[in-house]
Design a protein around this ligand. Structure first.
Ligand SMILES: CC[C@H](O)CC(=O)C(=O)O
Ligand code: MN
Length: 342
């Protein structure tokens, strides 16, 4: 296996996939997945609560296992892969960042809403000071015009980020929109550009390939699509497609396929597919991680989860506003009741 890498892949199933399994990862699962990914020569593995460090809460979902234990377990079994964490300023703090760095984490991804990059300044600076490779992660990138995205990415670059990602949190970007965004960032920034897709409109692979065509060299994938909503670009498929295209990832294709089938598939509560709910996430431009919350609220209020998601899309609700899901569900239930007695 060649260790040449034209594109650096970050495997996100142990972080983004946490949303899909209601943050129920065990140390044993994380150990087995991280070890197998390391043996397949995956360069970066992200491990955290789905909403990043310190995300475990009633608002976002309580973790079964303390994420620091999960990080420690992943670090312990990786010989070549670097462990990454996600941090959303305001949810995670500098204290958790330091704790993760002490455990052996090598990369920190600092995530903000696409128009709020300024809140990442001190976290990016601290991450650099701790000697971590540092990534700016601009979430819900479909919600801002390309000029705004460029402005915000430049802020992250000016704070010291080594890489900036276009994050299609809702899986709402169409290929020409992904192309325009990556092209503009390549034109205006000196640092590396990354792309993180979600497959709600079945476009994660197409958008990823377009991003690579436009010069993105940092790409996220989730093995067996174990990510929020319909999941991310499926890593083992991506690695195979890139190999066919002559783009080196350095990842062992058979080992990726085997770990997807034998280690990750049994973790899934249900196969990751594009259901009517995940399709609505992409169609209405709603945060992929809202999926389970909306389904739960729909059950509580006996309403259609799609009505909740469509309304959240109309209101342009962003990450961190999970409390709005129940508010919206209650309003819809009240409206339905009023209509029924009229
Ligand atoms: C809530 C954080 C979010 O899951 C980060 C991410 O992966 C995305 O925005 O797609
Ligand atoms: Mn994601």
């Amino acid at each position: 296996m060649s260790s040449k890498r034209d594109v650096l892949i970050t495997e996100v199933a142990l972080r983004d996939g946490s949303h899909a399994i209601a943050h129920q990862y065990t140390v044993d699962q994380v150990t087995r997945v991280a070890k197998a990914l390391d043996e397949a020569n995956v360069p970066y593995i992200e491990v955290s609560h789905g909403d990043g460090l310190a995300g475990s809460s009633l608002q976002y979902g309580l973790s079964r296992t303390n994420e620091m234990e999960l990080i420690e377990a992943a670090v312990a079994v990786c010989k070549q892969a670097k462990i990454a964490i996600l941090l959303l300023p305001g949810i995670g703090t500098i204290e958790e960042l330091k704790e993760a760095a002490n455990l052996g984490v090598k990369m920190a991804r600092i995530a903000t809403h696409v128009t709020e990059a300024d809140v990442s300044a001190q976290h990016i600076a601290k991450s650099k000071e701790l000697g971590l490779e540092t990534v700016g992660f601009l979430m819900m990138s479909h919600m801002a015009p390309t000029e705004t995205l460029v402005e915000q990415a430049k802020l992250m670059e000016s704070y010291g980020a080594d890489v900036v990602y276009v994050v299609d949190s809702a899986g709402a970007l169409l290929p020409h929109e992904a192309r325009e965004r990556i092209r503009a960032l390549k034109q205006h920034l000196q640092i590396d550009i990354g792309f993180h897709g979600h497959n709600n409109l079945s476009l994660a692979m197409a958008n990823t390939l377009v991003a690579i065509e436009e010069g993105a060299t940092r790409i996220d994938g989730s093995v067996r699509c174990l990510g929020a909503g319909a999941g991310n670009t499926q890593t083992e498929v991506l690695v195979s497609v890139l190999d066919r295209l002559g783009i080196a990832t350095g990842i062992d294709i058979y080992k990726m396929m085997d770990l997807a089938e034998e280690i990750v598939a049994p973790i899934l509560q249900a196969p990751q597919e594009i259901t009517r709910d995940s399709l609505v996430l992409g169609y209405a431009g709603v945060y992929s991680s809202f999926l389970l919350h909306a389904k739960r609220a729909a059950k509580t209020f006996n309403i259609d989860s799609r009505d909740i998601l469509i309304e959240l899309g109309k209101r342009k609700v962003v990450g961190g506003q999970e409390d709005m899901i129940v508010d919206v569900a209650a309003e819809i239930a009240k409206r339905n009741l009023e209509a029924a007695v009229r």
